[in-house]
Design a protein. Sequence first.
Length: 66
Amino acid sequence: MSETVTMRPGTMPPAAGAESAPHVAIEAPEPWEKWETQLVVWSVGIGIAGLIVLGTLINIYILDKY
């Protein structure tokens, strides 16, 4: 007699348990250095300023013609 096994998504069959899976250790993330934080802040600021400038130029020179 054959047995039917119904699995839920994301579950493993009994043969693929923790014994056969390799152990993956994820360490806690290291804190950011001050220069890394400043780099991100400046990059986001320059990106926002660039969007404002380019949006204004497109509005003045391209969209006003129509």
